[in-house]
Design a protein around this ligand. Structure first.
Ligand code: NAP
Length: 281
């Protein structure tokens, strides 16, 4: 019997994870299957429990269950603990280990895009699970400044409290106000949209002057072509535009390596997905 893995979420039919992991398995000769599971909104733990009881070896977790997975895990990696969100579960020796591979995926994709992270000034928009997951890996990559902005003050303040000793700068409420209280912080080499605004084709209201010459605008959302955020970034002077497709493939590769002990080649899988995705032009 091949080893079983799955991605669990609600909704789940849109997920590209089964195609990505099938491509990784074929490429590396791993005997495994990877399914997509729809969990009821009040049935995440039961869905995980049943999959485990049936012999499942690991799961990826997507919206809206990453925080619940963080609470469910018996043991957390340091990056998952800091993120307070889990996107990868491994079932080993009667124990559930929780990890978060989103940040490592983002950092790898930024490097693939040619970013020199060690000297980069980075603006991170949003303070939800995705933003929480990428803070520590971005800081570890040596970025020279990381500034976080969120629409709602309470969430921004919680973020600042949780990451206070990691030198994150935070501007509570600026997105809601539409103002920009610390102009001295701009411009940025990389502006990352980790809000879910692009899912409804909205964009955080950003002022002019954010983008440094040669800068990158990165929307974590993928598969939606030129989002309102990317259009705004282009109009405001960003040199390069990117979506989150590369991050998706890289975070999957990180999970695959964790489970199978072998690192897949991400470039052909990214190209395969890119060919079936609306262009960023
Ligand atoms: P989340 O925990 O629900 O957080 C959503 C964030 O977006 C919050 O900070 C929220 O601010 C903000 N927001 C929502 N609508 C907004 C708007 N109209 N204007 C300004 N801010 C807005 O979601 P998440 O898990 O962090 O995911 C965020 C996005 O990242 C999703 O679109 C997801 O698809 C994407 N993602 C991509 C990858 C990848 O591999 N490419 C991985 C993970 C996530 P408030 O606090 O004000 O509500």
């Amino acid at each position: 019997m091949p080893d079983r893995y799955a991605v669990v979420g609600h909704p789940i039919s849109h997920s590209k994870s089964p195609a990505i992991h099938a491509a990784f398995a074929a490429q590396t000769g791993q005997d495994m299957i990877y399914e997509a599971l729809l969990a009821p909104l009040d049935g995440f733990a039961a869905t995980v429990g049943q999959f485990r009881a049936e012999g499942g070896r690991g799961m990826n977790i997507t919206v809206p269950f990453k925080e619940e997975a963080w609470r469910l895990a018996d043991r957390l990696t340091e990056r998952a603990s800091l993120a307070r969100a889990v996107n990868t579960l491994s079932f080993n020796a009667g124990e559930v280990q929780g990890d978060n591979t989103d940040g490592a995926g983002l950092v790898r994709d930024l490097e693939t895009l040619g970013c020199r992270l060690a000297t980069a000034r980075v603006l991170l928009l949003g303070a939800g699970g995705a933003a929480r997951g990428v803070v520590a890996p971005l800081l570890e990559s040596g970025v020279s400044r990381l500034f976080v902005a969120n629409r709602t003050s309470s969430r921004a303040e919680q973020f600042l409290e949780d990451f206070a000793d990691m030198l994150v700068y935070c501007m509570p409420g600026v997105l809601a106000a539409g103002g920009w209280q610390d102009a001295a912080a701009a411009p940025y080499d990389i502006v990352i949209n980790a809000t879910s605004a692009s899912l409804t084709d909205e964009t955080p209201p950003l002022p002019d002057g954010l983008y440094a010459p040669g800068s990158l605008a990165y929307d974590m959302v993928y598969g939606r072509g030129l989002t309102a955020f990317l259009k705004q970034a282009r109009a405001q002077g960003a040199t390069t535009l990117a979506d989150g497709l590369g991050m998706l493939v890289e975070q999957a590769a990180e999970a695959f390596e964790l489970w199978r002990g072998v690192r897949p080649d991400t470039a052909p899988v990214r190209d395969m997905l890119r060919a079936a995705t609306p262009p960023l032009a």
